[in-house]
Design a protein around this ligand. Structure first.
Ligand code: SF4
Length: 333
């Protein structure tokens, strides 16, 4: 087994894009896939609100990211890698990245429009055709990806840590972005094992007021109460947003989520296109029929074509089931 696979396996690192899949397994499956050409995509789309650790990495440690991508190129004998960045990261870092990349077969490209343009199969479609739409899976990209060839897609933070792992400088750490009603918002590197409560305390961000948090993204992240923060973050993208319960209008918060999704989805499938609009109508009217809402979420979860539609369910269901609206006069539910 190649040295890098052994190192990745030994490190136990999981992908940092959200799904939390063991990195070595993904690399090995692309390596074992049959194809005369192989491709790599480093996903720095980071399009969800309140997630900003990839932006921090590409600004401060671009050499590590490029080194991580180059390790994958060599391991897979890949034809080409794409460093896929959202508009701001592309605008701010492209010049420096191109300089650092030099003759390596890595192209820096700007993300397509909409949140869905960060979904891995939508990235493949966008690179091939300019159209932002996800693909049916299976087949998985590790077998049939970009241009129909085996493709390795990893999050930008993953490549950053691959580089560190190759140098024996990993330390089982990960990056967390913290913001919201906190005194010290920012990106923090901490042990993967740290509990969410300890993370907030260590960074001086544990609130002294009644609060809740949204974990793993400011549009599709799960709502958690203080008593749920005693375990480490398993998977997820490492984003934590703190909300002061008294100062937060839950209907405004839900409207923010659903408007983001409505503008960021691709309208390809009915459950996500129509379901999100029905949610928007209820939220906008500040009058939610709880049973109807939970039914709608159920349908979205079971029938949406891709993970974006299924992910809509996560914040809404957790907020509606965990938080008491009546105590704060937030609206009718
Ligand atoms: S769930 Fe459907 S409409 Fe929503 S982003 Fe995915 S394919 Fe597009």
């Amino acid at each position: 087994m190649e040295q890098i696979i052994l190192q990745l396996k030994e490190s136990g690192i999981l992908g940092r894009g959200g799904a939390g899949f063991p990195v070595w397994q993904k690399w090995e499956s692309v390596s074992n896939a049959v194809g005369d050409e192989k491709y790599i995509i480093c996903n720095g789309a980071e399009g969800e609100p309140d997630v900003f650790k990839d932006g921090y990495i590409i600004k401060n440690y671009p050499e590590e990211v490029i080194n991580g991508i180059n390790i994958a190129i060599n391991f897979l004998s890949a034809k080409k890698a794409y460093l896929y960045l959202n508009h701001n990261y592309y605008r701010d870092n492209r010049e420096r990245l191109v300089e650092l990349i030099g003759d390596l077969p890595i192209e820096v490209i700007e993300k397509g429009k909409g949140y869905i343009a960060g979904e891995e199969s939508a990235i493949c479609n966008f690179i091939e055709t300019g159209i932002v739409e996800p693909r049916q899976k299976p087949p998985f990209l590790s077998n049939v990806g970009l241009f129909g060839k085996p493709t390795l897609v990893n999050n930008l933070e993953t490549f950053y840590y691959v580089s560190k792992i190759s140098k024996g400088d990993y330390g089982k750490k990960r990056l967390f972005s913290i913001n919201g009603d906190v005194s010290d918002a920012g990106v923090f590197e901490e042990s993967e094992e740290v509990t969410l409560e300890d993370l907030l305390r260590k960074t001086g961000n544990y609130p002294e007021f009644d609060f809740f948090v949204q974990v793993s993204g400011g549009a599709e992240g799960v709502i958690m109460l203080p008593e749920e923060l005693k375990s480490p973050l398993a998977g997820g993208c490492g984003a934590i947003k703190v909300f002061n319960r008294e100062k937060t209008d839950l209907f405004e918060l839900m409207q923010y989520w659903i408007e983001f999704i409505i503008y960021g989805n691709c309208d390809k499938c009915v459950p996500c296109r129509e379901g999100t609009y029905r949610i928007y109508e209820m939220v906008k009217a500040r009058n939610i029929d709880k049973e109807k809402m939970l039914d709608l979420l159920d349908v979205l979860e079971k029938t949406s074509f891709c993970a974006l539609g299924r992910g809509v369910v996560i914040p809404f269901r957790s907020l509606i089931l965990k938080l008491k609206f009546e105590d704060y006069g937030d609206g009718k539910i």
